[in-house]
Design a protein around this ligand. Structure first.
Ligand code: KG4
Ligand code: ZN
Length: 323
């Protein structure tokens, strides 16, 4: 491995149900990107249970950071800056990462960078080898957010539109639940949809004013379609339902991107992993698959464009549930 100076960014991300740590260079090379998913832990509840997530983060955060250092063949002496997601997310989950990052930074008198999780998703585009330069219009579609962003510089963005109800990932997750596919549902629907007929059901694509999104009507339409089916009928139609439902979500997202009339388009967030969405946007810059769902490399990437807080001022830094 190429020898670096002491210029590494160590990032920690614990905003939801992935405990993640990464080591990234100032130039945006990823040396390690470790994600410990809690999906199996929450699956039996059909969604993330905040208190369970916090406790699991507490158990995992140190081993995950150590694993990232091991993978990068680095030690804390190679770390120049610590970065951490401070908002938005589950407050108890965020606090675990913030406490861990503060302790690491404080022990070595390093600066600390507070990072907005959504900025992190956008910054997944700034890592090597993609290294995308603004300006571009960015669709951020995750489990918690669905937004169209005007990105003019790497340090931030302006919101052009957002969802009025559910996020696109939430629509996938709720749909998967109605179809009996378990949690989280995006990937399960994506896989099942490949064997189904997307024209089998005519699910609605909500039209709301401006560049906003709405997915709650679609979810209700699926509920009605599923409700009339016996278990055997549901089993027989499940792939068609998944394909038609996914088609409607993808269509809604692509229509909004088209409506924004942008020259350059990028897509980030968990839903950016969706194969139909990726295929529907051949000209767009797509976040690499490993960087679509939550990870800490994207947080390290964003930290390069955010002012750092010097020791020891950041000891008062707090997490925030909202954006
Ligand atoms: O960005 P992310 O990891 O977490 C949030 O910040 O919310 O996104 C998670 C979301 C979940 O709703 C999950 O179902 C969805 O991304 N997702 C997908 C796919 N992979 C993950 N949705 C559609 N197709 C996929 N392949
Ligand atoms: Zn996320």
């Amino acid at each position: 491995m190429a020898r670096r100076g002491h210029d590494l960014i160590l990032a920690v991300e614990t905003s939801c149900d992935e405990t993640a740590a990464a080591l990234v260079t100032r130039d945006g090379d990823i040396l390690a990107n470790v994600v410990a998913s809690q999906v199996d832990l929450h699956a039996r509840y059909g969604g993330v249970v905040p208190e369970v997530a916090s406790r699991r983060h507490l158990e995992l955060v140190n081993p995950v950071i150590l694993e990232a250092l091991r993978e990068a063949e680095a030690t804390l002496a190679d770390v120049e800056t610590v970065a951490v997601t401070t908002r938005p997310g589950l407050i108890g989950a965020l606090l675990v990462g913030v406490a861990a990052a503060k302790a690491l930074a404080w022990a070595r008198r390093l600066p600390l960078v507070p990072v907005d999780h959504l900025h992190g998703h956008v910054a997944s585009l700034y890592l090597e080898p993609l290294d995308l330069e603004p300006p571009f219009t960015c669709l951020l579609a995750s489990g918690g957010h669905t937004m169209l962003l005007d990105v003019r510089e790497r340090s931030g963005y302006h919101v052009l539109g957002t969802t009025l109800d559910d996020a696109a990932g939430e629509a996938f997750d709720k749909g998967a639940r109605l179809l009996g596919l378990g949690y989280p549902g995006g990937r399960a629907i994506d896989e099942l949809a490949r064997t189904g007929d997307p024209a089998a059901y005519d699910f609605p694509v909500a039209r709301v004013p401006g560049l906003d999104f709405s997915f709650s009507g679609l979810k209700t339409a699926l509920l009605y379609a599923v409700r009339g089916l016996s278990p055997d009928e549901l089993a027989a139609r499940r792939a068609d339902l998944a394909a038609s439902y996914q088609r409607a979500i993808v269509r809604a997202l692509v229509e909004r991107i088209d409506a924004a009339g942008a020259d350059r388009v990028a897509v980030v967030g968990g839903v950016a992993a969706n194969s139909e969405l990726r295929a529907a946007l051949p000209g767009a810059a797509l976040a690499p698959l490993a960087l679509c769902t939550d990870n800490a490399a994207m947080i390290a990437s964003a930290a390069r464009y955010v002012p750092s807080l010097d020791y020891p001022g950041y000891l008062e830094l707090d997490a925030r549930a909202s954006a």
